[in-house]
Design a protein around this ligand. Structure first.
Ligand SMILES: CC(=O)N[C@H]1[C@@H](OP(=O)(O)OP(=O)(O)OC[C@H]2O[C@@H](n3ccc(=O)[nH]c3=O)[C@H](O)[C@@H]2O)O[C@H](CO)[C@@H](O)[C@@H]1O[C@H](C)C(=O)N[C@@H](C)C(=O)N[C@H](CCC(=O)O)C(=O)O
Ligand SMILES: Nc1ncnc2c1ncn2[C@@H]1O[C@H](COP(=O)(O)OP(=O)(O)OP(=O)(O)O)[C@@H](O)[C@H]1O
Ligand SMILES: N[C@H](CCC[C@H](N)C(=O)O)C(=O)O
Ligand SMILES: [Mg+2]
Length: 512
């Protein structure tokens, strides 16, 4: 690293950003080499907006205005976290930091930990896919894990407002792009790993390596790893920080430090899927047991809840405090959210954020056993993201649901018809190859609102007063408030679309 630029007195840097459009007077502008463009191209704009210094690499130097001091680094992203932490006074050191990674379950587990910490009387912050919360202030999120510049600024605000702890999701993009540099988590959690993001990580091994980097002394002091899948077992074997393992299945449970066991009087997945359920979390070496409740449906939420409980133990709560703090039901937007409970007036309608093959499987398995009638799934897949997961998501849906209505998710810059075709191809192949019970009806539902309306109409038509109630589950967008089509974000909320479809049917008298 070296500095260059005009001679003169030292400048005082009061903030830092990597986006010229967000520069405030006194900021250092980090002009990063991007995947699309070099940030140095915007350095003049940044300086015009009040940036007092620039951080860049050798390649960026030529495009810089000659008026401000420049710090040159071979790979600016490698130093950005440390610089941002310094600019904002190392705020993470004054907070209990809990970081959560894994393919599915980060958001859910983050809400579970945060809700329990609040119930325990702590002042908390939360950073993740849905929102950033600083105490009671809520800011809608742009991405799951902010860039280091924004992250340290947010943590600075949390310190200023005297919060005790910050619970945050740490995406694989964030680890690969060094967005969480400058933070050492008091405890890092691993939920699971399955296919996603292979547009960004070349292979599953690379994806795993990005996640695994959280479990090193550079990034965390202690870890809790769910070892239900092979990746978790591999991670536990290689993690270089003190690691506690958790299993919720027989297979993983043999050697795990803690095992979550659902109540024997409840019929397995069916019990979990029906709603809140008690389970016990048992430490193998001592036999001590925590009695907990999973407030959210699905066997996978037992794993999320157990992971949250172990995080709380790790940061010093007693078992009794953990049991009490976790007895309060959290509010997790768009994850297995029941929009309409179902009954004589229509189907049960659920909105969930499953957008990977594994999550589609887990969510539908959870709803399967608690559905007396048919399980009707509405799903699509996002554009400009991992293409390989699209047919696999279709196949996962066809294996669990009775009817699959394929629709658009966020097509982004891609052709929605092609994305739907890919999801449908996977679903149809699963039907062709499948065992009895694999969905026989695969429908191209077209646009999202018409697909949701069609699924609900299908269910209502089949649900007479003496017929078992169907479940319609709308997957993939959960809490999202917009749908991105050809680069334009249109207001859209699955929960509103479900309510509108139900209301339209009621007013047209179809279901009376
Ligand atoms: C793959 C990825 O993560 N890319 C991130 C990366 O973009 P990039 O390198 O392509 O940026 P670029 O467009 O080439 O621009 C280069 C630089 O010029 C700057 N710039 C650009 C234009 C301008 O007018 N002024 C300006 O200063 C940009 O801020 C950037 O620093 O740096 C950008 C600046 O911070 C990020 O916005 C961008 O995230 C993109 C938008 C994104 O969609 N990321 C997703 C995939 C993501 O991060 N997802 C994860 C995981 C989600 C999950 O599973 O939960 C997440 O944590 O959200
Ligand atoms: N432990 C789990 N195992 C498998 N599937 C899960 C698990 N937890 C949640 N899911 C499923 O994955 C979906 C996404 O969950 P959640 O939002 O908590 O994960 P995430 O890791 O934050 O995802 P993202 O990276 O997209 O933000 C849920 O809606 C549910 O269908
Ligand atoms: N954080 C995830 C969100 C995906 C949500 C889904 N609705 C989609 O657009 O693919 C991602 O960026 O891959
Ligand atoms: Mg998330």
């Amino acid at each position: 690293m070296r500095t260059t630029g005009p001679e003169g007195p030292d400048v005082v840097v009061t903030g830092i950003t990597l986006d010229s459009r967000a520069v405030l007077p006194g900021d250092l502008y980090a002009a990063l080499p991007g995947f699309n463009v070099h940030g140095a191209r915007f350095a003049a704009d940044a300086v015009a907006a009040g940036a007092v210094a620039v951080l860049t690499d050798e390649a960026g130097l030529d495009a810089l205005p000659p008026t401000v001091p420049v710090v040159v680094a071979d790979e600016p992203r490698r130093v950005l976290g440390a610089v941002a932490a310094e600019v904002y006074g190392h705020p993470s050191e004054g907070l209990t930091m809990i970081g959560i990674t894994g393919t599915n379950g980060k958001t859910t587990t983050a809400y579970l930990v945060e809700s329990a910490l609040r119930a325990h009387g702590e002042r908390t912050g939360l950073i993740g896919t849905v929102e950033t919360r600083i105490g009671d202030e809520r800011i809608e999120s742009v991405r799951t894990t902010p860039e280091a510049t924004d992250l340290h600024a947010l943590l600075g605000l949390m310190r200023e407002r005297d919060l005790d702890a910050c619970v945050m999701e740490v995406s694989s993009h964030a680890l690969e792009l060094r967005r969480v540099d400058g933070v050492v988590y008091d405890v890092a959690l691993f939920t699971n790993l399955s296919q996603d993001h292979l547009d960004f990580h070349p292979t599953m091994d690379d994806y795993f390596a990005a996640k695994a980097s959280l479990f090193t002394p550079e990034r965390s002091r202690a870890a809790v790893v769910c070892v239900d899948d092979d990746w978790g077992r591999r991670l536990a074997a290689q993690a270089s920080v003190p690691t506690t393992t958790l299993a919720t299945s027989q297979e993983g449970g043999r050697d795990a430090d803690w095992v979550a066991v659902e109540s024997p009087d409840a019929p397995g997945e069916g019990r979990a899927s029906a709603g809140p359920g008690a389970f016990s979390l048992r430490e193998r070496s001592t036999g001590r047991v925590l009695d907990l409740v999973s407030h959210l449906p699905g066997h996978f939420n037992v794993a999320n809840t157990a992971l949250a409980a172990l995080a709380l133990l790790k940061i010093g709560l007693t078992p009794t405090e953990v049991e009490s703090a976790m007895s309060v039901a959290p509010d997790v937007p768009g994850r297995m959210e029941v929009v309409s409970p179902g009954g004589a007036e229509g189907p049960r309608c659920v909105v969930d954020f499953a957008h990977t093959p594994d999550a589609v499987d887990a969510a539908l398995a959870a709803l399967r056993d608690s559905t007396a009638g048919r399980l009707i799934a509405v799903l699509g897949a996002g554009g400009d993201r991992d293409r390989g997961k699209r047919p696999a998501m279709g196949a996962a849906a066809a294996r669990r649901a009775d009817v699959v209505v394929v629709t658009d998710d966020n097509p982004r810059s891609e052709d929605p018809v092609e994305i739907r075709a890919s999801v449908m191809a996977g679903a149809r192949e699963a039907v062709r190859d499948g065992a009895p019970g694999v969905a026989t009806e695969i429908i191209d539902g077209g646009s999202r609102s018409s697909a949701i309306a069609e699924a609900i109409a299908l269910a209502v038509v089949d649900t007479g007063e003496d017929r078992p109630v169907d479940t319609v589950v709308v997957l993939g967008k959960g809490h999202e408030k917009g749908q991105e089509i050809h680069g334009v974000k249109h207001p859209f909320d699955d929960r509103d679309a479900v309510r509108a479809a139900l209301a339209a049917l009621t007013s047209s008298g179809v279901n009376s």
